[in-house]
Ligand binder design. Structure first.
Ligand code: SD4
Length: 339
């Protein structure tokens, strides 16, 4: 599978750090994907249940749909869907096999949110593959919303999760190569997909969402992105809809992106319009260096209409609805960029 490499680096100059933005180059080359739909259009009345997810993750959306078709709720569907990618060692941005930070540690961020506005999150979780399930346990079985690091791991162990080394041989080699050749100026990653964010509506019309990631490859030790932060990486409001983000988390956090998308839908915008305006908030900032990084949003509203939008080309959404599990290429802001 060829991957297009369209932007090489993301510079976080404020932190004095240059980071590879892994998701800049992991989208499908459209010439490889016969089933790719070029632009999304809502041709018929949306029907339930439905699942959408960031990037090309058909196995994950298929799992979530299996849960929904069996009468399961949206919360179980998004958890189980995300778990597919966490267990997929070939995916170097989620769960086992995730690329490590600059010190060689794989650290995971995840969150989950249900139809009642309950949520749970883990940040800087190590040695436990299913971060999304630990996040769910935080939501279900603690009085808290977020657990970090050692505390999150201890909690997971107390709940019966088992530790394992998440750094696969492939990711270790990539890290070793990065250290030697990039000299702490990271080079492009080759990945199958990126952070998975998933939103589902079950047959009762209830919405839930989840997001799980190993974050930016070769990040500074201790760095946490947007993905586990409710309102930034993910937000669900069962009255309105839900949104989830992928991309350079720092930019998503600064604009409280997923909450913004949901609030824009509350004001009457379609999911597509809301995603576009949220991207607008990033790219229209004074002195925005958006050409150097990617951010993408996907969203769904209560009616089951969906949208997705990104700064740069090659972001995609996987959507499973009406028996069709398809990858949909997102529209994007930076049309000046050459294909
Ligand atoms: C982060 N939003 O940690 C994530 C990165 C991402 O895997 O989407 N890529 O900033």
């Amino acid at each position: 599978m060829n991957r297009r490499k369209f932007i090489k680096n993301t510079a976080l100059t404020g932190a004095g750090l240059t980071l590879t933005n892994s998701l800049l180059n992991c989208a499908e080359n459209p010439s490889d994907k016969k089933e790719t739909v070029v632009a999304e259009s809502e041709k018929s009345e949306p029907s339930l249940p439905l699942v959408i997810a960031t990037w090309h993750v058909k196995e994950a959306t298929a799992k979530a749909m299996e849960v929904l078709q069996a009468g399961g709720n949206a919360l179980d569907a998004v958890e189980q869907g995300c778990m597919v990618e966490e267990a997929n060692e070939k995916g170097q941005s989620v769960g086992k096999g995730g690329l490590p930070d600059r010190d060689g540690n794989v650290t995971l961020d995840a969150c989950i949110m249900d139809k009642n506005g309950n949520c749970g999150a883990v940040v800087y979780l190590q040695n436990i593959k299913h971060a999304v399930s630990v996040a769910r346990k935080v939501m279900d079985d603690t009085p808290h919303v977020m657990l970090a690091g050692e505390g999150a791991q201890q909690f997971a162990l107390s709940q019966g999760f088992e530790t394992e080394d998440l750094l696969t041989e492939a990711s270790r080699k990539a890290w070793e190569k990065w250290k030697v050749e990039a000299k702490y100026k990271p080079i492009i990653n080759i990945e199958n997909h990126d952070t998975i964010g998933m939103l589902a509506i079950d047959k009762n019309g209830d919405i839930s969402g989840a997001c799980t990631t190993s974050g930016l490859a070769y990040k500074m030790g201790g760095r946490v992105g947007d993905s586990p932060i409710i309102g930034s990486g993910l937000f669900v409001d069962n009255e309105i809809g839900a949104a989830v983000a992928t991309g350079l988390g720092e930019e998503v956090v600064k604009t409280v992106g997923s909450f913004l998308v949901v609030e824009l839908m509350r004001q009457g915008k379609s999911p597509q319009e809301a995603c576009e305006e949220a991207i607008g908030r990033i790219v229209n900032k004074p002195n925005s260096n958006y050409k150097d990084f990617q951010v993408g949003y996907i969203a769904v509203n209560k009616k089951g209409e969906t949208g997705s939008y990104s700064i740069h080309q090659w972001f995609s959404m996987t959507k499973f609805q009406n028996g069709v599990n398809e990858q949909i290429q997102s529209d994007f802001f930076n049309k000046e960029e050459k294909s």
